[in-house]
Structure formats: structure tokens, C-alpha cells
Design a protein around this ligand. Structure first.
Ligand SMILES: Cc1ncc(COP(=O)(O)O)c(C=O)c1O
Length: 359
């Protein structure tokens, strides 16, 4: 690609595409949103970085804490993987324990990998995968490790919505085990609601720590870990630092992004537009059941299951040839720039593509 604007991108031959990848969910307002760009340009003019902590760091932390009150204290980092790793470090410092249970994807760093080349066995031994939405497994796995468990880190939505029972159990059992409950809201914050799944599903008591990223900066590199003040204090007893963590451009972009989210009720738009897309995908499944074996995800982040890998590949390729970038696997994302008409045109393209692939 050479350029992106709104929900469209252009390749090096000048071809235009409607995009549903949306930088893997890092952009919810549309590419190059004017208000975000203006804020970023002002931050560039102001020098980007300097020798002292920028006022904009404090301002953004305050704005986030006001909107997401369970982020009482906040640390900014550049990537989601770094911010989740910071949350886990804080949990280990606070509990003096090592073991961690995780559910979902938490980035590429060593601490959360299963069997993967290049990750030392000693590191892998400290981590285990918790199955999503499985109450009995969660109870058993947390109780088995009680006394040694530092943290349970979960993505609150993994393809389907969480049950109230599972969310409640995670809270009760981590408290009982003396472990820290971390919600990895990198995909869900600034999408399901500004305050992510905790806000959307009214999770109470709230998790001890949450991690946000992706849409927070609308494409500018920024992530944050936040939570209970006394837990965040653990940061001063360990070492969490990144040279460019508080460069001003991303902080300014995130501040502007938050303002647009509030002013334009962005999450309501994402839900409406995503629901139109999801309904359309279900209709396509009814028409082309031989190719589409299932519709997965929720309105804000969804994808199709295909009968064969070859069909999945053929659909993605044919859709791209007709100017639609639609991901084969988790997830496709709508943005503020996806209007009803664009989504309807996309569904027409997918209809034509599926007719050809299926027939
Ligand atoms: C839930 C979740 N956590 C962590 C990450 C890692 O974020 P990053 O790729 O910015 O390091 C991702 C990225 O997809 C994610 O979806």
C-alpha cells in the first residue's frame, strides 16, 4: 500500500480498496482522521521528545482515568505486548509469585508463549493457557496453583462474548487465591466501549489491572497499563521503562482520539455498523453454506469460517481483486469511516465472490 484514508487504502498501482483489516484493529476512527492528525502535527511542531516528562503524558493519564476510573494510575508504553508484560511484572512484584495463567493473545514476548522455538523451557513452565469461557477449568486451574499464582490475564472476548458466570468466577477465584486479575483490553477498549469489556459488561468488582492499546492512538504507537493505585506503585520497586514511551505525538493523538470517541459516540457507531455487517454475513452463510461454515465474532470484530482453506484463500483473493480487503481469520473491524452504504457495497462484492467460488 502507499496511502490510507478513512476506510480506504491504495496500492502502488493506484488501485483503491475498502479495508476491514484496519491495521489489525489499531484504527477505529478511520485512517488519517483530521482531528487526530492536527493534534499529532502540533506535537511534531512542539518537538516530539525532550529531557523531561511531558505535560501531555499527565493530561492524557488524567483524561483516561476520568473516563475509565478503574485506571487509577497509568503507565504508557509503545506496544501492546510491552504493556501486558508490564502488567504481569507488576503482578509478580505485588504477589511475590511467579505463575501466570493467560487466555487469548497477549503479544509475542517470551512470558506468554506455549511450546515455541526460542522460548526457554524455564520461562514456558511459568505460564499456562486458560480456556475461554470455561468455568470449571478456570476454577480448577486457579485453585491448583493457589499460593504460587501471580496473575490471571484474560482477553475478555475471544471470538464469542464472555458469560457473566465466567467473568464473575475469575474475579472471585483470583481474589481467593491472592492473585492479580488483569484484563487485556488491547482489542476491546476503544471498541466495545471506551472502557472496554469492563464497561460494556459492567464487570464488578473491576479487575486489578487493565491494559489498553491499539485503537487508543488511532494508529499512533501507544499502549497503557493501569489499575489500582497501590498495585501500580509496584512499578517503583521494579524496572519498567522505554526510551520513547512518552514521545508527544502518540500522546497527543490519543488525547484527540479520546475526544472524538466521546463527541461522536464512536462505540455506538461501531456497534451499529458492525451489526449491519454481521447480519449480512449471516445472510451470506444461508445462501452459500457450502463455502461458509460459520460466522464468528461479535458486531465490532467478526470473521467467517470457511469449509476449506482453499476456499478461504480464494474468497480473500477474489474480494481483493474487486476492491475489498476482508480478512480470512480473526478479525475484520469496522471504523467510524465505514458507513451503511460502504458496508452494503461490501456485502454485494462478497455475494458475487462467493457465488463464483461456490459455483
Ligand atoms: C489482546 C491483545 N493483546 C496484546 C496484543 C499485542 O499487541 P502489540 O501487537 O501491539 O504488541 C494484541 C495484538 O494483537 C492483542 O490483540
Amino acid at each position: 500500500m502507499t496511502r490510507a484514508s478513512g476506510c480506504r487504502v491504495w496500492d502502488e498501482d493506484g488501485r483503491e480498496y475498502v479495508d476491514y483489516v484496519m491495521a489489525l484493529g489499531a484504527v477505529a476512527l478511520g485512517y488519517g482522521h483530521p482531528a487526530v492528525n492536527r493534534a499529532a502535527e502540533a506535537a511534531i511542531a512542539a518537538g516530539v521528545v525532550g529531557p523531561l516528562p511531558p505535560v501531555s503524558e499527565e493530561q492524557l493519564a488524567e483524561a483516561l482515568a476520568e473516563r475509565i476510573p478503574w485506571m487509577e494510575r497509568i503507565r504508557f508504553l509503545k506496544t501492546g505486548a510491552e504493556a501486558v508484560a508490564a502488567a504481569v511484572r507488576l503482578a509478580r512484584v505485588a504477589t511475590g509469585r511467579d505463575l501466570v495463567l493467560g487466555c487469548g493473545y497477549h503479544g509475542w514476548l517470551d512470558w506468554c508463549q506455549g511450546a515455541m522455538e526460542g522460548v526457554p523451557a524455564g520461562v514456558r513452565a511459568l505460564f499456562a493457557e486458560l480456556p475461554f469461557n470455561d468455568v470449571a477449568a478456570a476454577r480448577a486451574m486457579i485453585r491448583e496453583r493457589a499460593g504460587r499464582l501471580a496473575a490471571v490475564v484474560v482477553e475478555p472476548v475471544v471470538v464469542t462474548e464472555p458469560t457473566r458466570e465466567w467473568l464473575q468466577l475469575l474475579r472471585t477465584e483470583t481474589e481467593r487465591a491472592g492473585a492479580i486479575l488483569i484484563f487485556d483490553e488491547i482489542k476491546t477498549a476503544f471498541r466495545l466501549a471506551i472502557g472496554g469489556a469492563v464497561e460494556r459488561y459492567n464487570v464488578r468488582p473491576v479487575p486489578d489491572l487493565v491494559v489498553v492499546g491499539k485503537a487508543l492512538g488511532n494508529g499512533f504507537p501507544l499502549a497503557a497499563v493501569g489499575g489500582r493505585a497501590e498495585l501500580m506503585e509496584a512499578a517503583s520497586r521494579t524496572w519498567i521503562s522505554s526510551t520513547l514511551a512518552t514521545e508527544g505525538v502518540s500522546l497527543a493523538a490519543a488525547r484527540a482520539t479520546l475526544e472524538v470517541f466521546e463527541r461522536e459516540a464512536v462505540c455506538a457507531h461501531l456497534h451499529r455498523a458492525g451489526t449491519t455487517l454481521l447480519h449480512g454475513l449471516h445472510e451470506l452463510q444461508r445462501s452459500y453454506g457450502g463455502v461458509i461454515s460459520g460466522v464468528a465474532g461479535i458486531a465490532e470484530m467478526c470473521f467467517l469460517h470457511y469449509s476449506t482453506e482453499e476456499q478461504a484463500h480464494a474468497v480473500a483473493l477474489a474480494a481483493a481483486k474487486r476492491g475489498v480487503l476482508f480478512k480470512r481469520t480473526a478479525y475484520n473491524f469496522v471504523s467510524l469511516a465505514h458507513d451503511e452504504r460502504t458496508i452494503s457495497e461490501t456485502l454485494d462484492v462478497l455475494d458475487q465472490v462467493l457465488r463464483n467460488v461456490g459455483g
